[in-house]
Write a protein that binds this ligand. Sequence first.
Ligand SMILES: NC(=O)c1ccc[n+]([C@@H]2O[C@H](COP(=O)([O-])OP(=O)(O)OC[C@H]3O[C@@H](n4cnc5c(N)ncnc54)[C@H](OP(=O)(O)O)[C@@H]3O)[C@@H](O)[C@H]2O)c1
Length: 235
Amino acid sequence: MRDEVAGAYACGMRISRRASTLGLLAAACAGGSSKPEPEVTARNDAPKPTRPHVLVVGGTGMLRRVSMKLAARGHATSVIARTKTDLADMAAANPMIKPVPVDYGDGPALEAALRTTIAAHGPLALVVAWIHDSAPEAPLAIARIAAEGVEWLRYVHVLSSTVDDPSAPPSDRRQAFEAVDGVRYEEIVLGFVVGGETSRWLTDTEISEGVLRAIDRPKPRTVVGTTSPWSARPK
Ligand SMILES: NC(=O)c1ccc[n+]([C@@H]2O[C@H](COP(=O)([O-])OP(=O)(O)OC[C@H]3O[C@@H](n4cnc5c(N)ncnc54)[C@H](OP(=O)(O)O)[C@@H]3O)[C@@H](O)[C@H]2O)c1
């Protein structure tokens, strides 16, 4: 284990003993390819998770591929969304997907749902969060609950390009997350693609692939596509 921890520090990460023991971040430093991925099928005799519990908030939409990939790697993968049928379809495709049907705008319901899935599948080592501005309290609330009682929690916050608007006031977002005991905060900004005289938004595949790359190569900040020059942003 010591070698894994040393390797993780060498790639710039501070990690929990629990996460390193179970391979989450050591695999990340190696680009996620150091261990063969377990074969997972949709049989009733569901295989047991081989890696720590992770959570994808908003994981049935453009991050669906991220949820499915983490599940295929052997993580018990809790997924938050409101539409039960979407969650059930994903769980049917891979029983390592653990549906958490809740509206993240409903604080008490969100807290109860998080505590239930943590009790069922163990403490969280990684949260990937894509949360609409309609629920401004949810991102930090999830970090606080997920970090309770753990040494380290990776919190990967997926953000829209508006955070890089040069006219936006400075944000204390990072400080707020880093003030939560144990949270290692990383942000992923979803930008756009410039080609010649035109530009376009990212596709769902580009977004998921970019998020997976950032999960496997931890950095404090990743931009998928670009947010510069801001004037080239698609209208
Ligand atoms: N920079 C870029 O290029 C960029 C950035 C952002 C988005 N986009 C594009 O825009 C499209 C639409 O984006 P989107 O924001 O609608 O994201 P989305 O990821 O397609 O859908 C939102 C996800 O969050 C869940 N969700 C939404 N509200 C929720 C709530 N109150 N409680 C719990 N879960 C909730 C949704 O499930 P439920 O609805 O079932 O709850 C779904 O899983 C995407 O397809 C993407 O390609 C592009």
